[in-house]
Structure formats: C-alpha cells, structure tokens
Ligand binder design. Structure first.
Ligand code: ZN
Length: 186
C-alpha cells in the first residue's frame, strides 16, 4: 500500500498510547515504507504511525537529506535548555503552535532491521523527534502550547501571497475539527 490517509484531530486513535513493536516483520517494514511515502506526499518532515491510524510505536522523519525510521523510541536524556518555535502538524492542517522543546535529546530505538541505535539530535531534528514521540503517547501540539494560531494565506492587492497568523484556542481548534468531521461529502 502506498500513500495512506492521514487522520486528523477528533479521531480517537490520535489520543491513544501506541503499542510497542514486539517483532519486526515484513509488515512493519511495509508500514515504514508507507510512512515515508505519505510523509513525502504531504511534504512533512515527520510522520508517526498513529497518524495513519496504526497504533504502533514507529515514526519516520527527514531532515537535511537524512532519513530516519525509528521503532520503539525511548528518550534517555533531555537538555535543560529549551527552545520555542513554531510547529505544524499533518493531523491538524491549518494550525500552528509555538511549542517549547528541549534543544537536545538522546533517543534509543530500533532501526527497520531491528538493530539498536542511539541518536543525539539537536535543534530542529530534536524538535521533530519530540513532536513524533509525543504522537506515540497521544500528545498533540495543542496540549503543549497556549500560543496557537490558524494559518491563512491571502493574496495582497499586488498579487503577492501573505501569511496571516490568527490567534486561537485549544477549544476553538477542537470544535472546528469536530465540525469538519460532521460534514457529509456527497
Ligand atoms: Zn504531528
């Protein structure tokens, strides 16, 4: 199966704690391929299995030409230093949040062949990893921040595109996605 459907806020799978993978088989490897294909299709930099409705502890990420697929990730250490920056989420299109993350972390996990490895991502890669590992625990950016925005793109009078950040709240976002789910498309 190639590109999969990304589930959005309101789907209960996004709020579940994903299950550890006990055995890596062809099916987990296919899942990783699908996660990569889906992430590329939606131009994301990270995607966790629960986002395609598979509640397993697996995520993929791509940053500066490096690709990562991590099974059963465990954060072993977090830097005291934090950084705040804007994040989006493929499961919440149109929403961005200013999220405080650890500048650096140490992550232990298994690669797609079951080999144990340890990584110490820093900066944006550390941010992506923390965002995706949160997905495995049912945590979303709207839980981590109260600086939330709707992102709207508009055309100026001179035809140039501008981006608007409209402040919003967790309950407004939750309700908006609930309403969207209720729309019957025929
Ligand atoms: Zn996300």
């Amino acid at each position: 199966m190639p590109v999969r459907k990304i589930i959005t806020l309101g789907n209960p799978i996004l709020r579940q704690k994903a299950q550890p993978v006990s055995k890596i088989t062809k099916s987990e490897q296919r899942l990783i391929d699908d996660l990569f294909e889906t992430m590329e299709e939606y131009q994301g930099v990270g995607l966790a299995a629960p986002q395609i409705a598979v509640p397993k502890r697996i995520f993929v990420a791509r940053w500066e030409d490096e690709a990562f697929a991590i099974i059963n990730p465990v954060v072993e250490w977090r830097s005291k230093e934090m950084v705040k920056d804007m994040e989006g989420c493929l499961s919440m299109p149109g929403v961005q949040a200013k999220v405080n993350r650890h500048l650096k972390i140490r992550v232990r996990g298994l690669d797609r062949n079951g080999k144990l490895f340890i990584l110490e991502p820093e900066g944006w890669l550390a941010r992506i990893f923390q965002h995706e590992i949160d997905h495995l625990d049912g945590i979303l950016i709207i839980d981590r921040s109260d600086e939330l925005f709707w992102v709207k793109r508009e055309l100026n009078k001179d035809g140039k595109e501008k981006t608007l950040f409209i402040p919003t709240t967790k309950s407004e976002i939750t309700e908006a996605f609930q309403r969207r789910k209720g729309i019957v498309r025929i």
